[in-house]
Structures are given as structure tokens and as C-alpha cells.
Design a protein. Structure first.
Lengths: 318, 511
């Protein structure tokens, strides 16, 4: 097991290097001189030129990259060109919001998705199965932006039950923050909910067809024991995979959700940074998100070993 | 009988009390733009200048109607005849807010010199680029010498970039001054959660005779304008900085809020390329002019009246506006347009128009596309995000682009930035328009003291620009803000600034 972990950890290094390199080059390829975009249309030519020099944009691209790489390796992600604030501190200010939002969304999606997927599989081809499948498809197809606005109009404007925008404040108690996060988590989680439901359903169906399940029924075991102890445990591996992959969707969807609900998260920070050509912030954020993603993948892989002894053995062997 | 009189008196006095301004009001302002800095010398965007006005003040400032420049920190000023030397006397008793590095000391001429020199040295925009030197004459008198005569200098000084800042705080905090801003203004910043909200409280030591009624001001940043309108209607914000045309009826229907419209100081137009391509031919330009039914575009874009027809680059909100300019606008005449195109030697023509993501400009371009098709011009519409849009249009690579411009009411800020030949290569004059007579008139406008003469120069320049038929004015956008009825004393400003405390304005909230 330890050998496996060490091997995985070493693989991280070249991955991060390529992420950084590709992001850096992509920012250079986007049309629009960062200095001109940041200073605005009223700036004079000599001011733009001076700003470019300050940013080091007059040096050759490869040189710029290695200067940046050297600084990153010492933990200096640079300063945001727009906010004039340390990139890492900006990211850490925003990260809790996106993390909480994504976690809550994933939690809601899982807590609703897995049971409904199981029910759908058990009551295969019944009315419930059909209903759940249709709802899951709707969940996958709904645009987050639109759904978020509908939630705001219904729950904030018409019913007045929940606030429409913002994060709330911990000073007003934990319930204030939770109140503000209910609608955005629902909007963000709906897609994952649909996906998890469908995957749980198909994975369970696959497992329920197996011979050992038929044997268990023949042995006279209780239905609930069969479903949860034997079937679900074996069905879990693909389900956990899908849940892990949802993180990518959630981080992407977080941008839209954060924009609609006015939440100060990483997603919105990233989009603003790209539009404003704040390349220091973009590079820092992409690197950060890559690290988070790699970490989550590692956790998922370890979870496999926890759930399924066969996988644990294969790790230990290789 | 006595009882009745007593009851009536009671009710009358109670209603009087209700109508009186109180000093306990708290207000939440919703805006879709997110400020990036609180350092006046470093700001580059409108959103930052919006909120900085609460903490910082300038020598002079516009009133809420943006018509007159009033003294603020300055008491009076003199200008030399050659418009190069400006001498200001500042008021006695103006003092900074208490901060970590100074205890609320009085503002002197030294502070003006320091603030201006700081702006010139560290600002990437250098708004005071015309200043040659700043000299302290005595404790309350400062003399500013410009590099050349510049009539609009007072307007430049109303910009928050020219705010007076305390040396001890800027040097004490260094780069973190933006997080701990200290000025002379009516409010102090107490909390800033980036991208979420900003909270200000009344400066109890404010130097002015009149104190702000508002006790607390919170700015909430809500990027989506329709969600902003919902937040206004649900009572989560009291003022919404912008309402989309399509949301105006909903807001008007909601009982406790109002949509207030004020003509803005802006102009939105289509600018054609003067350097290369078919638009360098005047007949082609006139054909395009005559093929576009501008009134129709306005009807489609602004069914609720938040935009009005434009006839020239100087907007009605400017004191140099010329209502006669509409006589020079080529009338809609698609048959004549077709004929002109033929005379220019084109049977068919293919052009590209660039627009940013602004839905109004994009829609206008698409409508133009169908109108130009009727006379044989195939107009491709390219809608780009802002950075790419500015890059392509500034370089002069666009046949046509939709330009939006908003700034001070002084005509210099419209005519110079969009039509002076030196502005070629910038977004304002991306098409490289060059007319030496226009350049000459602009110089005269900059260096003349007499306001009426200046108006004549800029209006003459405007006539020449319209006669060159390279710039198609489409519309002026109204400034539309949503205001909760409990907010009193608030005037919507044509420059989109939200002024809660300014000369002639002191906003309060009904209990």
C-alpha cells in the first residue's frame, strides 16, 4: 500500500508542470494585450508601454515562463494585477466558499441520488423506475443558470422563504450561512444528482443480475441484507468513480452558480481574472485547482481500496 | 371638540416626525460591478471610483445632477489668462479621518501637493498627465502649473484619482493602503469581503458643517443584473445600480420600489474604418448610413424607453449639446443607399462588424445586418469578449465596430477621445479617423477659457465629423436605477455614480 502511495505522489510532479506550462501558454495566446485591457480604453500609449515593462511582458515568452516557475517553486504565486493582492491569499479567501458550495451540492446530490438510483434499480421497469429516470434526465439537462434564476424567483421573490444572493455571515449564526447556501447548492447539485441516480441504477442493475446475488436469494437471505450488504457494496466502485468525477463538473458549474447567486468563490474569481487578463491570478488559480483535483483523485483511489478488498490487494502487489 | 383638536394635532405632529430626516438610517446598495481597489491613485474601473467617493474627497466635485462643479475641499480658485496656472485656496478646518498613523490632522496645501505628485508617480493611468508642477504658496494655498493651456482642468480634478490623501497613512500602510483607506470623506470603510460586500459607517468626525444622515452603508455585489432586480424587489437591496430595459415593467409594478430614469452622459454608435477597406469610400459610408433605420433599432432595443435616439457624438447631458445636429444626420433612404453603393462600384459587398458582449450593442448589430442585407451588403457580426474586442478594434482591424462612450459632460471628453487623430490606435479612435480641421478645433477648445467659445468650437467639430459620415450615432442610454421608496433625498446621476452625500445631496432612509 505504501509503495502505491509513493508512486502516485511522484506522478503528481510532471502533471503539475504540464498544467502550469499549458496554462501559461494559453494565456499568452488569448488576443488582447493585458496591459491595454487592465488600463482601459482611455489610457495613453506611453502608459500602456510602461505598464508592459513593469509586468515583464517585453521579455521572450520562454524566459517569462521560467522566471514564473522559479517563483512558484519558492511558494510565491505573485500578485494579482487587478487586486494588487497576493494571489495565494486571494485564492485562500475564496476557496472556503467554493469548497462549501461544491461539498454541499455533492452531498445533496449523493444523499438523494444513491437511494433513488437503488429504488429505481430494485423496482426496475415499474412506474417508479420510469418517473425517477425522467426526473434524472431533466436534472442532467437543466441549465444551471436558468434553474438558479427560477429558484431565486420562486423562493426569494414569490415565497420570500430564502435570501436571493450572497453568503450571509457567520456573525449572524451558522443558520444564516446555511440559509444562503441552500438554493445555490440545489442549483449546482441538480446535474450531479441526475448523473449519480442514473449511474447507481445501472451499476445496481448490473450487480443484481450476477449469479452470487441469485445464490443469496436462494439461500433465503433477507432482501434488505442482500441489497445493501452484498449488492450495493459491489456496485459502489463505479458509483464512487462517478462521484469523484463530479468534482470537475461542480468546480466548472460553480462559476455559473457563483455568478447568479453572487457568491465570492473561486469560479467567479477565475472568470473575472481571465476576462481582465490577470494572468498571474489565472495561473495561480489553475495550479491550485489542479492540486485539489489531484488530491481528490488520490482520495478516491484510496476509497476503492477501502471498499473493495480485491482492489486493495492489487495495490499491495503492484 | 377639544379632544378632536387634540387628536388632529397629535396626528399632524406624528406625521411631521415621520417626514423628518433621521440620523439612524442604514442602506444597502446593490451593484453589478465589483471594485478592485480603494487607492485613488491606482484605480482603473468605474466600480472602484463609485465606492471610493465615500471615503475620499477632491478639491472640487460635481453636484448630483452632474451639471455644475462645486467647491469641496477647495474654497476658491483663480486661473491665469493663458489657462496654464491654477491657484487653489483650500478651506480651513478640513481634516482627515482618524487612522493608524495620524490622528485626524488638518489638511494643508502640502497634502494637495503630495497627493497630486503621488498620482503622477504611481498611477498607471496618470490622470494628471497635464500637470507640470505643484507648489505650496502658504498653508492653505497651492499653485498648479500645467504643461500647456488646458481648459477642462477643473473637470479632471473632480475625478476621484485627484483625491487628497494623508501621507502618513499611504506610506505607513504601503501597498496595503487599499485595504485601510483613509481620506477626508463622510464615511469610513469597516469591512470588505472581496466580491461579496463592502460596509461603510458614518464618519462621526466629518469636517463639514452638515453631517451625513446615513449611519451605515453596505454595498452588495451582484453580477447578474436580473438577479439584482430581484434583490431590489425582495427588499434585499435598497438601491440597484442598473436595471435592464426588460426588467423595468416588473420593477415598476412592485409596490415598494421605483425605477428611476435619467438621461445619461453617453453615446453608442457604429464607427467605420477610415484607414482601410471599403468604408474608406465616402459613398459606401453614406450608403450604410442611409440603409440603417435608426428609429427602428431604438424601438426594438428599448421598448420601455431606457434608450433614446442619438444624432451626434455630444450627448444631451453635456452642456455643449447641439439639438440642431439632427439636421446633419443622413435620412433613412434604402433606395438611395442602393444607388450610392452602385455609384461606388459595388454590386455586392462583404463587411464585418465587431461588438462586445453587451446585449444591446450585439442586438443593434444584428438588426443592422438585416437592414444592410436589403441593399446588398453582407454584414457579418462578430461578438467578442471585452479584451479581445478592444484588441482588434484598437488596432484598426475592424471594418466597423459598435462603440460605447461615457464620461464627463465636458465635450472634450467625447470629441477629443473619439475623433482626435492622436487617438488612433486606441479603442476611442480605432478606425483611425483623421481630419486636421477637427484636430485644430479641438486644440482651440482645450486652450480657450470662455465657455461659450469652447461650445462653438466643439459644435463646429461635431458638424464636420457628421459631414464626414464615418460615425453613425445610434442611441443614448438612460441611467436606470431601482430605488426603494423608503430612500429619500437620492438623485440618480447621469454619470452612474451613486452619490449618497455630496454638495446638495444628503440621503436618508424613512423608518
Amino acid at each position: 500500500m505504501r509503495k502505491y502511495l509513493i508512486k502516485r505522489s511522484l506522478q503528481v510532479i510532471p502533471t503539475l508542470f504540464f498544467v502550469l506550462f499549458i496554462t501559461f501558454m494559453l494565456m499568452k495566446l488569448i488576443p488582447g494585450d493585458p496591459a491595454m485591457v487592465i488600463l482601459g480604453p482611455e489610457a495613453r500609449a506611453e502608459d500602456v508601454q510602461r505598464f508592459r515593462q513593469q509586468l515583464g511582458l517585453d521579455k521572450p515568452v520562454v524566459v517569462q515562463f521560467f522566471i514564473y516557475l522559479k517563483r512558484v517553486l519558492t511558494g510565491d504565486f505573485g500578485k494579482s494585477l487587478i487586486y494588487k493582492q497576493d494571489v495565494l491569499s486571494l485564492i485562500m479567501e475564496r476557496f472556503p466558499t467554493t469548497l462549501t458550495l461544491s461539498t454541499l451540492a455533492l452531498f445533496i446530490a449523493t444523499v438523494i441520488g444513491i437511494p433513488t438510483g437503488i429504488i429505481s434499480a430494485i423496482k426496475h421497469n415499474s412506474f417508479w423506475d420510469l418517473l425517477i429516470t425522467i426526473l434524472a434526465l431533466i436534472g442532467i439537462s437543466i441549465p444551471i443558470f436558468w434553474f438558479g434564476m427560477v429558484l431565486i424567483i420562486v423562493f426569494a421573490l414569490w415565497l420570500g422563504w430564502l435570501p436571493s444572493v450572497g453568503l450571509g455571515s457567520l456573525e449572524n449564526g451558522i443558520w444564516d450561512v446555511i440559509k444562503h447556501l441552500i438554493l445555490p447548492s440545489l442549483a449546482l447539485g441538480i446535474l450531479s444528482m441526475g448523473t449519480i441516480t442514473r449511474f447507481t441504477r445501472s451499476s445496481m442493475l448490473e450487480v443484481l443480475r450476477q449469479d452470487y446475488i441469485r445464490t443469496a436469494y436462494a439461500k433465503g437471505l433477507r432482501k434488505r441484507l442482500i441489497i445493501y450488504r452484498h449488492a450495493l457494496k459491489n456496485a459502489l466502485v463505479p458509483i464512487v468513480t462517478v462521484i469523484g468525477l463530479q468534482l470537475g463538473n461542480l468546480l466548472a458549474g460553480a462559476v455559473l452558480t457563483e455568478t447568479v447567486f453572487a457568491l465570492p468563490g473561486l469560479g467567479k474569481l477565475m472568470v473575472d481574472a481571465i476576462m481582465r487578463r490577470d494572468f498571474m491570478l489565472v495561473q495561480g488559480e489553475v495550479l491550485f485547482v489542479a492540486i485539489v483535483y489531484i488530491f481528490v483523485n488520490l482520495v478516491v483511489d484510496i476509497l476503492y481500496a477501502v471498499i473493495n478488498p480485491k482492489i486493495r490487494l492489487s495495490y499491495e502487489r503492484g | 371638540m377639544k379632544k378632536l383638536a387634540f387628536i388632529i394635532l397629535l396626528i399632524l405632529s406624528a406625521s411631521l416626525l415621520l417626514a423628518e430626516p433621521n440620523y439612524d438610517g442604514e442602506i444597502t446598495v446593490g451593484t453589478d460591478q465589483n471594485p478592485t481597489t480603494m487607492d485613488p491613485a491606482l484605480y482603473q474601473d468605474l466600480a472602484s471610483s463609485q465606492v471610493m467617493r465615500n471615503v475620499f474627497e477632491t478639491l472640487v466635485t460635481y453636484d448630483a445632477a452632474v451639471k455644475e462643479i462645486k467647491p469641496l475641499i477647495a474654497e476658491s480658485w483663480k486661473v491665469s489668462d493663458d489657462l496654464k496656472v491654477w491657484t487653489f485656496k483650500i478651506k480651513k478646518g478640513v481634516h482627515f479621518q482618524k487612522g493608524k498613523f495620524q490622528n485626524g490632522r488638518e489638511v494643508t496645501a502640502e497634502d494637495v501637493k503630495y497627493s497630486f505628485e503621488r498620482e503622477i508617480n504611481i498611477s498607471p493611468m496618470v490622470r494628471l498627465y497635464m500637470v507640470d508642477k505643484v507648489e505650496v504658496i502658504d498653508k492653505y494655498t497651492v499653485k498648479i502649473t500645467l504643461k500647456y493651456p488646458f481648459a477642462p482642468f477643473l473637470t479632471v480634478l473632480t475625478d476621484i484619482g485627484a483625491a487628497i490623501v494623508p501621507k502618513e497613512e499611504t506610506e505607513g500602510w504601503g501597498e496595503e493602503f487599499t485595504l485601510h483607506p483613509i481620506g477626508t470623506g463622510p464615511f469610513k470603510l469597516v469591512e470588505w469581503v472581496k466580491d461579496d460586500h463592502m460596509t461603510f459607517v458614518r464618519n462621526e468626525d466629518y469636517w463639514g458643517k452638515e453631517k451625513p444622515y446615513l449611519k451605515k452603508v453596505t454595498y452588495k455585489f451582484i453580477p447578474n443584473k436580473s438577479v439584482l432586480a430581484v434583490a431590489l424587489m425582495s427588499g434585499e437591496v435598497d438601491i440597484a445600480s442598473d436595471i435592464l430595459d426588460q426588467d423595468i415593467p416588473k420593477v415598476k409594478k412592485t409596490p415598494n420600489v421605483d425605477a428611476v430614469m435619467v438621461p445619461g452622459v453617453n453615446v453608442y454608435a457604429v464607427y467605420m474604418n477610415s484607414m482601410k477597406g471599403p468604408t474608406t469610400n465616402k459613398k459606401v459610408r453614406e450608403a450604410i448610413f442611409r440603409a440603417v433605420n435608426t428609429d427602428q433599432i431604438i424601438k426594438v432595443l428599448f421598448p420601455n424607453g431606457s434608450g433614446v435616439r442619438a444624432y451626434g457624438p455630444i450627448p444631451p447631458g453635456s452642456w455643449a449639446y447641439n439639438s440642431d445636429i439632427k439636421k446633419l444626420y443622413p435620412a433613412y433612404n434604402p433606395d438611395k443607399a442602393k444607388q450610392l453603393l452602385k455609384e461606388a462600384g459595388y454590386d455586392k459587398l462583404s463587411l464585418t462588424i465587431y461588438t462586445p458582449e453587451d446585449p444591446n450593442r450585439r442586438k443593434a448589430a444584428i438588426i443592422m445586418q438585416s437592414m444592410l442585407k436589403k441593399i446588398g451588403i453582407d454584414l457579418k457580426v462578430q461578438s467578442l469578449e471585452w479584451g479581445s474586442f478592444v484588441a482588434i478594434t484598437s488596432k484598426g482591424d475592424a471594418d466597423m465596430y459598435t462603440i460605447g462612450w461615457t464620461w464627463y459632460p465636458d465635450p472634450e471628453y467625447f470629441i477629443f477621445y473619439m475623433f482626435h487623430s492622436s487617438r488612433k490606435g486606441t479603442y476611442g479612435n480605432g478606425g483611425g479617423y483623421k481630419n486636421p480641421k477637427v484636430d485644430e478645433l479641438i486644440s482651440k477648445g482645450e486652450s480657450t477659457a470662455n465657455k461659450q467659445e469652447r461650445i462653438e468650437y466643439y459644435q463646429e467639430a461635431e458638424k464636420l465629423i457628421m459631414q464626414d459620415m464615418v460615425y453613425i450615432p445610434l442611441y443614448h442610454k438612460m441611467v436606470v436605477m431601482g430605488v426603494n421608496k423608503k430612500v429619500k433625498g437620492f438623485t440618480v446621476s447621469p454619470d452612474m455614480m451613486i452619490r449618497l452625500f455630496a454638495p446638495g445631496t444628503n440621503v436618508w432612509v424613512e423608518k
